[in-house]
Design a protein around this ligand. Sequence first.
Ligand SMILES: [Zn+2]
Length: 619
Amino acid sequence: MAPLDPHSFTDSRNPATTDISLSLYFDFPSATIHGVAFFILSLPYAGQLSFDTRSLTIHQVLSPINLSPLPFSLSSSPDPIKGTQLSISLPDDPVFNSFFIVFSTSPSSTALQWLCPPQTFNKKHPFVYTQCQSIHARSIFPCQDTPAARIRYKALLNVPRELSAVMSARHVDRRPPVSGEGHSHLLPNGFNSLWSSETRVVEEFLMNQPIPPYLFAFAVGELGSREVGPRTRVYAEAVNSVLDAAAKEFAGTEEMIRQGEKLFGEYAWERFDLLVLPPSFPYGGMENPRMVFLTPTVIKGDASGAQVVAHELAHSWTGNLITNKNNEHFWLNEGFTTYAERRIVEAVQGEDRAILNTGIGWKGLKEEVEKFKDNLEFTKLKNNQEGVDPDTIYSEVPYEKGFQFLWRIERQIGRPAFDEFIKEYIDTFKFQSIDTETFLDFLEAEIPGIEKDIDLVLWTEGTGIPPDAYEPVSDLYTKILSLANEFKLGRMPREDEVADWRGQEWELYLENLPRVLEASQVLALDERYRLSESKDYEVKVAFLQLAVLSKCRNFYGEVEKTLKEVGRMKYLRPLYRALVQGAGKEEEKILAKRVFSEARECYHPIAQGVVESILAKHI
Ligand SMILES: [Zn+2]
């Protein structure tokens, strides 16, 4: 076994899968998908082939010639991070560059959240959606689940007729199912005969652009859509108020795509559709190609949620076109994308907005580095993740330190030269998965002598924040920070000083207040500005976090309500942490445990795992 990724059983001596055809039967009552997958390898191969799975039942592995069974085995006990290794024995015959696997998912699949009707907006129909990053695709279908591998796929999704399906792939057709199509006759437990029932429909998709498995994505529910641009439609549950608000919030998307193209070259994925998910979606957005998945909390009513869209759009170049080889080089995805996001925001919304965004990131980076003070490995851009679950060490470091590194290079060589460099970088490595060394070799070749001006080793392998990182400056940014400083001396900002503040200004202000205030100060701030009732979750959560850290119990009811209505980890992490971290928090710990036990079912499995690990560490 020669591993190439600390988070995968993929053997580097095995040929890679190039194409997969999936036939998936969605059984909502049992929260299970029954599937047949046909795999094509890059080369004919004889011997042991190693795949990743997690909580899958493997019914059969079959020959492509005569459907005879091929021997396979599963590792006896699952690895807590990687899951279960599937080993397939392919016979010594040149035709074996392909095979079938018949499998079923489990209701505990870590990629899938199955929502029952009361957990959706419309309360009428069930809903299921995926989140495969970092290492969860393997809980939907067996695969070489490493970003070092890229696959094309076809998929037939067999779903109840009253629902529809979307994927991060080209939609080919919606039509009645055909008995036996896509080898669905191989499906287990009688689902083969249910495939062509008249209560079902097949949604057919094709993904011709090769993607790493973590970008595999679908959602099934009662969906509606609105056109917002020549290559953009917004999808959400078929509730007019949600669709209208989303269409309004994201009306400027085409302008952002054009800005992205100006900076980074042609948009390679044809469509840029958006899917607004139910509130349990664990991230702000997920850059699934052709269709970005979004939390409904980005709909703020003032188009400021577009910043998350700018980030996911920027991934179309950095992350999706050029992908980190494994999670130890995650900064190549997120640092570049954070840089690109700010360039798009700067072009579309102006420099002041981009600087606020950078300033919030700077504060976040300093706090993350402080948080990792006992585990400095994860303050490095390139780090060692052997035996480490990527979900539990997820932080702003790859985003913000990665951003700072690229910004440092920009300041050194000037923006025009850096823009040329980025275009060249994207053109050279598109549709490839690379590591930090490949980036550095390219940088040194393109910009000779750069290593003399910037300590590249310190930036990529050193801990903490390098001395030549840079806090942004602008009048607005400086003004907000000085107001936050004045609060420490007892002065609250006047109404006229905050009259044109939007969410980001408040977020920056709150983040720069002392972490612990007098309860009376927290109450006074809320009395004047009603921050606990803000419709903008960034503001509301920043305020509630401050209230909990200051033990201002008047707001615990609002904290509980917030933890029960959204499942975005950006809000769950700080609120649960504020409740349980530190001494003398007995009442808060009891509250956290009770709220989690009541809200758990509403969270995506990835968020459940993250909250569990926070509670386990402190309770
Ligand atoms: Zn990102």
